[in-house]
Design a protein around this ligand. Structure first.
Ligand code: TYC
Length: 104
């Protein structure tokens, strides 16, 4: 075995096809409903998706008028966690706000 200056094996990888892929990304979507207060949706977008007041307000209005909108786009585990956090938080506050994830 031949090692380079970093102690890495430089020989036995011969013939092994190296393939690096990027993680698939998932959209975290917010769904409209008739009852969740607009201020609560804006608060959620700031709290869980690090949006500014203005960004959060724009997204909330888009969801309100079009039925669905993108809160953020993340690798699967992160998207799943944020979506679950929103659903748990909304439930705790007795609002019907729902989030789902969708492969980009
Ligand atoms: N439609 C709600 C209302 O009129 C506001 C709202 C916006 C609810 C976005 C959910 O994801 C949502 N109070």
């Amino acid at each position: 075995m031949a090692n380079d200056q970093y102690g890495e094996d430089t020989q036995s990888g011969v013939g092994v096809k190296e393939k690096l892929t990027y993680p698939s990304m998932y959209k975290v979507l917010l769904l409209n409903d008739d009852f969740t207060p607009m201020d609560f949706v804006v608060f959620v977008l700031k709290k869980f998706f690090n949006k500014t007041e203005e960004e959060a307000h724009d997204i909330m209005l888009k969801v309100h008028s079009e039925g669905v909108g993108i809160a953020g786009i993340y690798p699967f585990e992160i998207a799943e966690m944020k979506s679950a956090q929103v659903n748990t938080y909304a439930k705790e506050h007795e609002h019907p706000l729902k989030s789902v994830i969708e492969k980009e």
